[in-house]
Design a protein around this ligand. Structure first.
Ligand SMILES: [Zn+2]
Length: 361
């Protein structure tokens, strides 16, 4: 661990201590012996006492004043006057990004296909296209129904053909959101969009992140866009990026690795991805799964809690789940905290989501 990581960890730990208060410090595994009077040292089962093996990374709901440093090279900068940058993915395909969200556009002989319109910069997408071509937007593809990826589509203007999966249409009809007009063309398993010399292969891999979330593959450019599943170099967004189906999410990351892409557009973070990124994320996910499975097997119900709470089954399970997650976080942290950007931000969420899925899915 670098000095800076150690400092950040110490700061995170100090803010945990500040929240927990002096009376509990003696019970923390990372606390130095402190001159706490015996009568105020809390015992396990009393309020505010951390569970055994409590990791130094601040748990959910505890404020930290400084997160772990972000590893890896800095992203190409976004010109603040423009609010976006364009990345040429080859043969008329471009990514537009503000280094937090990612969308694409594809130029063909007589027009442009736009894939997603994140509202954070959707008002700039026409300007981005104008840097490359003056051809009109004829088609829009929705990756999935979530408004943070398509809710700026009306900023594109005109009356483009809108293509999406049929589940996306169902969800958008239910949402009844004027910012997300219904698709005009839907498909069930597979749809090939051929425009001029350009091709996009759309296919539906089943539920992981969200029903209707599709693979968008550009074969000439060997580029796969699949949104909110793989986060190159980064910890996935909380609770496996809010996956509607956690086992489906695990299967889908493995399936992404089987697509012969060279460039992966994941919809978030500050760069595109590679197969190495997909494999690293899968390895991390499997480590969390194994750690949570071990913790589920080795943690006893009703430990470290007051006897008079044991008639409250919600409390018994809350306590059990917390102790499982404490073990899970503790087990994966040494290997991953300096490898994945934002590890400390969401590791607790991942272990909670993993534990729940392993018990009920
Ligand atoms: Zn989403």
């Amino acid at each position: 661990m670098t000095q800076e990581q150690n400092r950040a960890k110490t700061r995170a730990r100090d803010s945990v201590l500040a929240v927990l208060g002096a009376a509990t410090i003696a019970a923390l595994p990372f606390a130095a012996p402190a001159p706490v009077r015996a009568e105020v040292v809390a015992q396990p089962g009393q309020a505010g006492v951390p569970y055994k093996g409590m990791p130094a990374l601040a748990p959910i709901g505890v404020r930290v004043d400084h997160y772990l440093p972000v590893p890896g090279p800095a992203a190409p900068p976004v010109d603040p006057a423009k609010g976006y940058r364009i990345q040429d993915l080859g043969t008329g395909l471009y990514m537009v990004t503000d280094n937090a969200y990612q969308s694409m556009f594809m130029v063909y002989e007589t027009g442009v296909v736009v894939i997603d319109a994140p509202p954070g910069y959707s008002a700039k997408i026409r300007q981005a296209i104008a840097e490359v071509t003056d051809r009109p937007i004829t088609h829009v593809v929705y990756s999935h129904a979530h408004t943070d990826h398509i809710g700026g589509v009306t900023d594109l203007g005109g009356h483009p053909t809108i293509i999406a999966h049929e589940e996306t249409r169902r969800l958008l009809a239910r949402a009844n959101d004027p910012k997300r007009p219904l698709p005009t063309v839907v498909f069930k398993d597979r749809y090939v969009l051929k425009v001029g010399s350009q091709t996009l292969e759309l296919s539906y891999p089943g539920v992981a992140h969200e029903p209707g979330n599709i693979f968008i593959y550009a074969p000439r450019q060997k580029t796969l866009m699949i949104i909110d599943v793989v986060f190159p170099g980064w910890m996935p967004w909380r609770r496996w990026a809010l996956a509607k189906d956690v086992p489906g999410y695990f299967a889908q990351v493995a399936e992404i690795d089987r697509v012969p892409f060279e460039t992966l557009v994941g919809g978030h973070v500050n760069r595109v991805g590679t197969h190495d990124d997909v494999r690293a994320q899968l390895e991390f996910m499997n480590d969390v799964k194994a750690a949570a499975a071990t913790a589920l097997k080795t943690t006893a119900l009703g430990g470290e809690m007051a006897d008079n709470d044991k008639a409250n089954p919600w409390a018994v399970f809350d306590n059990y789940i917390d102790r499982v997650v404490v073990q899970c976080v503790d087990a994966v942290t040494p290997k991953w905290q300096s490898r994945l950007a934002g590890y400390d931000v969401y590791i607790w969420d991942q272990c909670y989501a993993m534990e729940q899925s392993l018990r009920i899915d």
